[in-house]
Design a protein around this ligand. Sequence first.
Ligand code: GLN
Length: 551
Amino acid sequence: MTAPQAIRATNKKNCPPLQSTKRKSRAPNQTVKSAPGVNAAEPKEQIEKVFRALDRRNAGVVSAQAIIDTLKKNGILIDDPRIRHSILKLNSHTGPVTLAQIADIFDANFSLIECAVKDRYIVPQFSAFTGEINNIFDECMQVKDGAVADYIPQLARIDPEQFAVAITTTDGQRAAYGDFDTPYCVQSSCKPVNYAMALEQHGEEFVHGHVGREPSGRGFNELALNPKGLPHNPMINAGAIMSCSMIDPEMPLADRFDHVVQIWTKLSGGSPPGFNNSVFLSEKATADRNFALAYFMQEKRAFPKNTNMLEALDFYFQACSIEVTARQMSVVAATLANSGVCPMTNERIFSNDTVKNCLSLMYSCGMYDFSGEFAFTIGLPAKSGVSGALMVVIPQVMGFAIWSPRLDELGNSVRGVEFCRKLVERFSFHNYDNISNHATKKDPTKREAQQRSDQTYQLINAASLGDINEISRLVAHGAEVNAADYDGRTPLHLAAAEGRLEAVDYLLLRQAEPTAKDRWGATPIDDAKRHRHPDVEKRLRARRAGLCAAT
Ligand code: GLN
């Protein structure tokens, strides 16, 4: 089964140390100070086994490069904060590494190598997966439609050709393409963070006493409030100004901003974001609509008591002017995918409930008035920004950051949306792919061989039940009719044994083999005979005779 939900629920099969850092339920808001993989008491036998797997020539030593390559192949990069210390030790080490040395070098985070060797990361065949992402990136590079935002000169001047894609999985596997180290303004993609911070500080009830949770069906800066005089949701401008008004309202503005920067730093695994002062100044100078929205909300008494509305607005412009690279943003998205725990540091930043609320609203409202269409076709929580930023979350699996400045008429990055379209065409990431279509799509959380055997198993199962609809669906999606399970049992064996004549006919029409032998040497004909299905047996014999006659 390639059902994403099922995978998300059950396929978290990481090595024990990683598992213990992220899968165990932890009290909301509990902060874990140590890095993931902290594993002082890794059993000696485990270390030995892993070492032996790395020591392919059985030489009693492995090269430092072989260790780094094994990690890299799995998307664990050398600037990963979890292994920074080990990489330093490894770099200062001369000569190959022995068993005792590897245990010392990777003392606290041995599980990262263990998962690499045992293929236990959430995306086990990471290079194959990223190879396909690279193809999608190249295809999207050809898209030149749209235009950069020009409401402020700072955005209008951006090189429209720039394009970056970065991925971080919930296990901290990373890859990035294009201009992934170029900083860009987060703009509206700060809205989920503002909302999450407001939720953390005040709880759902208070926050939603001041902002709705319905899609507005209007543009992101439409001068409109809901029938209660509140912003429709936190993912459009009015709602984001409202979120900002609720973040540390009692503190001086400078401290409020410091706090936001601190959260962005933690969300992105420890690398502080930048701030684009000219964008900020320009935003503020040309913000008639945002001022109008704020005054409108003030007139409707929508803000919490004692809100300094003008300060909240300023704070909102500042939050929009925060700059990140795609690499950093993908870690932010992965932190949301990982229920609020940053995969690069294992620190809990937001509670599970906060993340659940945030992703729900990103799903229904994150793409301005394209949100319904995006939820329908892409089926993932996402948030865009007028800088061409797009953050996409695949819950329990990974986060994507896409950045390409040319926008469509609704304000979403053209390449960003196209990238998502292609992504869900190839991978079973759509929220409801478990219901249909998934057999043709790849599930990167499974090894390919496992996916093939899943499909074979499904076909065998459908054949034994005589479920023609399911059989034809699977065949249409590329299931192999003569594929056999571990015991050499084919769909035709099962259909014959259960006396499913219609299924037998269907399979024979598609060249199923009536003389295929299972591991005990039995053919579908033998099965039909043994289980007393003379009509099936007759059909199979006729086919065999036909085949014999034909050859
Ligand atoms: N700073 C922009 C504004 O408030 C952000 C909007 C956006 O990214 N859609 O208008």
